[in-house]
Design a protein around this ligand. Sequence first.
Ligand code: FE2
Length: 381
Amino acid sequence: MHAVFRTVAQVARRSAVATATYRSVSTFAGRAAASAVLHHAGADRFASPSGIQQTVRGHATAATTAEASTTTGIRQGVPPAEPWRRHVSPDEHTPTVFTFFEKATSTWQYVVVDPHTQDAIVVDPVLDYDPNSGTISTQTADGLLSFIVHNGLKVRRILETHAHADHLTAAQYFKQQVGGDVPVCIGQRISQVQQTFASIYGLDEPGVFDETFDVYFKDEEEFKLGKLSCRVMHLPGHTPDHVGYLIGKAVFTGDSIFNPDVGSARVDFPGGNAEHLYQSMQRLLSLPGDYRLFVGHDYPKDRDQTCWSTVADQRARNRHINLGTDEAQFIEWRKNRDKVLGAPRLLHPSLQVNIRAGKFPPKDEQGRLFFRIPVKSDVDL
Ligand SMILES: [Fe+2]
């Protein structure tokens, strides 16, 4: 048996709005009005019995919409994405979190804002890809960008939790559209993932991963979001590069844990490790009980989608790793479960874009764009 590579033409056709909009985030004239929106968020919040602010829907005010309509993006008819929820915390060290669900890949995207400064980071944005037609488009990302423009947010970083295998990242598109050389950031062990998949996809040219990501985080590394302190948590297991981002009482976990009734992510990708995932989940569960874990995906069965739960809730109810489950049981269960899971639908396009920080593979001499599909065959024809 040997592996051969077949190339499949996947000509990317960008959406009509892909190239000309949103460069003016930092110069957006509606910043003052947007500030009003973010501060208005406080008027919507209400305390839960536990004292934690519950989630509320976020809406731009009419005044903001009118003022924002003078921006390029709005004139071109890109409506702002509406967040599923706006999460406001009474804790001054915790950001306001706007949450956006991308249904095609069940991915949660986050716009995380320091309400004092309107500095923002974007976590795990999605680039749309239709595998049937081989078409990449930016509808989801454009909605998010429009939301950012509407609210006068200043994007300071684009954060990846890991090299996703189920959707393409829009990180590079965001960087291009926002302007100002906003860094695309990921965990430092992305280099291991890049080397693994370079071998699988035959990416043999020297320097193939030069100038991909801008920042490679170490565990416990800290950075600022406006006045807020952010800390990187290396959370391997699902992938070796996986990190989470702890900001105040909010943690953006990526796929290192899922909502309690979903449990945990698979560990059968190259470099995945059930023991490491168990340890990473324990690290998350050791945080204070009122911290919120914002997950990278949700796969609801008999309920609406949701993006978060508290650490206390996860300790009590996570179906794969609650406090009654020991490590050996979890590892055995996780490995057996992964044996029957199929490959993600967008596996190959996702990895070939995501290990390049959202950049496309080089085009051929005729300007065509392709993805590679590794193939196993027991015949040589
Ligand atoms: Fe993932």
